[in-house]
Design a protein around this ligand. Structure first.
Ligand SMILES: *Cc1c(COP(=O)(O)O)cnc(C)c1O
Length: 387
C-alpha cells in the first residue's frame, strides 16, 4: 500500500463525459471548451474564463495581456512552484520576491508594504504582483488590492492551489481584488483535466487579448481585422500568440469535475479538521488562516517546531516514505534554484521562506483519504518523531 500526498478523484460520470467527446466529431476547439468555461464562470462568479493547456500557459498569457516586458518588475512569493515567477521571465521582465508570513505561509502583506515603500524611492515599483494562495489558503487580497491602487501595480492571483476556496464571501477566482486569476487542473490539484489551466478576468479587454494569445493571435472576427475578407475561409493573425489550447477531451473532464468541486473541498476540509485535532499534542504547527478564508486544502503542511526534528527532517521524510506514505515538501524557495541564483539571488535573501522550507512536510491530503489511512499516517508520524 502506498498513500500519496495528493491524488485525483475520477468517477463514472467523469469518464462518461470524456467518452462522449471521443465518440463525437470534435476533439479540440469544439463545444466542450465553452461548456467548461461556462461551468467555471458560474462557479467563480466571474466575467470571462479562458481555458488553456496548463496554469503555466495561463500565467504566461496573463503577463502578456498586462503588457509586462523588459524593464518591468514582477514580484511573487518565494514559497511557490517556479511557474509563478517564470511567467515574468518569459516576457523579459525582472523578478523579485516578497518574503512570507510564518503563520500563513503566504506572501506577507506587511513586508510587501515595506518593500513597495522602498521601491518607490528607487523607481523600481513592480508592474505586476503575483500573490500565491499557498496550499489553497487565499492571501489577504483586500489589503494587497489596496496597495495595488496606492502603488499602481496589477495583480495576477496564482490560485493553482485554491480552486473551490473562498475569501471574505467571494469565490477565489471571482477576481474581486485582482485583474486576473489563474487556476491549475494538474491531477494533483483540486479538480483535474489531466493537464490544464484557466485565466479568469472581469475585464473584457484582457479577456479578449488572452483568448487571442491562446490560439496564435489569430482572429476570425471581421470586426477585428484590418483587411477585407477574401472569402469565408479568411482569418487574420493580428498578434503574436501561442498554441495554448486545451482539448475538448480535457475540457469535458473539467466541466464534469466542476460539478463535484464543492464535494471535494468539503472532504478536504473535513480531513484538515481531523488532522488539526489529532496533531494538537504533536510538536508541529500548521497553516493559520483567518475566519474570512475557506481554504481549498490542496496541501496539508506541518511545520516541525522542535530544532532536533528540523535537523532530522531528511530522516523523518525517509522513514515516512519507507512506511508507504508519500509525504512531500512544498516548496524549495524559488530564489534558491540555480537558475534564479544566476540572477543574483542567494540563500539568506528571504529568511522566512527558507526557515519554513527547512521545517515543512506535506502530509497526504485528497478526498479519498480514509480515516483509517489518516490514522496510519498520524501513527507513523508519531513514531518518526520519536514521540
Ligand atoms: C501547479 C502549479 C502551477 C503550474 O500548474 P500547471 O498546470 O502544472 O502548469 C503554478 N503555480 C502553482 C502555485 C502551482 O502549484
Amino acid at each position: 500500500m502506498f498513500i500519496p500526498y495528493g491524488k485525483q478523484n475520477i468517477n463514472q460520470s467523469d469518464i462518461d463525459s470524456v467518452v462522449k467527446v471521443l465518440r463525437s466529431d470534435w476533439l479540440t476547439q469544439g463545444p466542450s471548451v465553452e461548456l467548461f468555461e461556462t461551468a467555471a464562470k458560474l462557479h467563480h462568479g466571474a466575467g470571462y474564463c479562458c481555458a488553456v493547456n496548463s496554469a503555466t500557459s495561463a500565467l504566461h498569457i496573463a503577463c502578456l495581456a498586462l503588457n509586462i516586458g523588459e524593464n518591468d518588475w514582477l514580484w511573487t512569493s518565494p514559497n511557490t512552484f517556479a511557474a509563478s515567477a517564470n511567467c515574468g521571465l518569459y516576457c523579459g521582465a525582472r523578478i523579485d520576491f516578497v518574503d512570507i508570513d510564518p503563520n500563513t505561509f503566504n506572501m506577507c502583506v506587511q513586508k510587501l508594504k515595506v518593500k513597495l515603500e522602498e521601491a518607490e524611492k528607487t523607481g523600481t515599483l513592480p508592474k505586476v504582483v503575483v500573490p500565491v494562495h499557498f496550499g489553497g489558503l487565499s492571501c489577504d487580497m483586500e489589503a494587497i488590492h489596496k496597495l495595488s491602487i496606492q502603488y499602481g501595480f496589477n495583480i495576477i492571483e496564482d490560485a493553482s492551489h485554491a480552486v473551490g476556496g473562498s475569501y471574505s464571501g467571494h469565490s477565489v477566482g471571482s477576481c474581486a481584488y485582482s485583474d486576473i486569476t489563474v487556476l491549475s487542473f494538474h491531477p494533483v490539484k483540486i479538480i483535474t483535466t489531466g493537464e490544464g489551466g484557466m485565466a479568469i478576468t472581469n475585464d473584457p479587454q484582457l479577456a479578449e487579448k488572452m483568448s487571442l494569445l491562446r490560439s496564435h493571435g489569430i482572429t476570425r472576427d471581421a470586426a477585428k481585422m484590418s483587411g477585407d475578407s477574401h472569402g469565408d475561409w479568411y482569418y487574420e493573425q493580428i498578434d503574436l500568440g501561442l498554441n495554448y489550447r486545451i482539448t475538448d477531451i480535457q475540457a469535458a473532464l473539467g466541466a464534469s469535475q466542476y460539478s463535484r468541486l464543492d464535494e471535494f473541498v468539503a472532504c478536504r476540509n473535513r480531513i484538515a479538521t481531523r488532522y488539526n485535532e489529532q496533531l494538537a499534542d504533536f510538536p508541529v504547527s500548521t497553516q493559520q488562516g483567518s475566519s474570512e478564508v475557506c481554504s481549498a486544502y490542496h496541501l496539508f503542511v506541518i511545520k516541525l517546531t522542535q530544532e532536533n526534528h528540523v535537523r532530522d527532517r531528511k530522516h523523518i521524510f525517509r522513514s515516512m516514505r519507507e512506511a508507504g506514505i508519500g509525504v512531500n515538501v512544498h516548496y524549495i524557495p524559488v530564489h534558491t534554484h540555480p537558475h534564479y541564483k544566476k540572477m543574483g539571488f542567494n540563500y539568506g535573501d528571504f529568511p522566512e521562506a527558507e526557515r519554513y522550507y527547512a521545517a515543512a512536510l506535506s502530509m497526504p491530503m485528497y478526498p479519498d483519504l480514509t480515516d483509517e489511512n489518516q490514522d496510519y499516517v498520524l501513527g507513523t508520524l508519531r513514531r518518526s518523531l520519536d514521540l
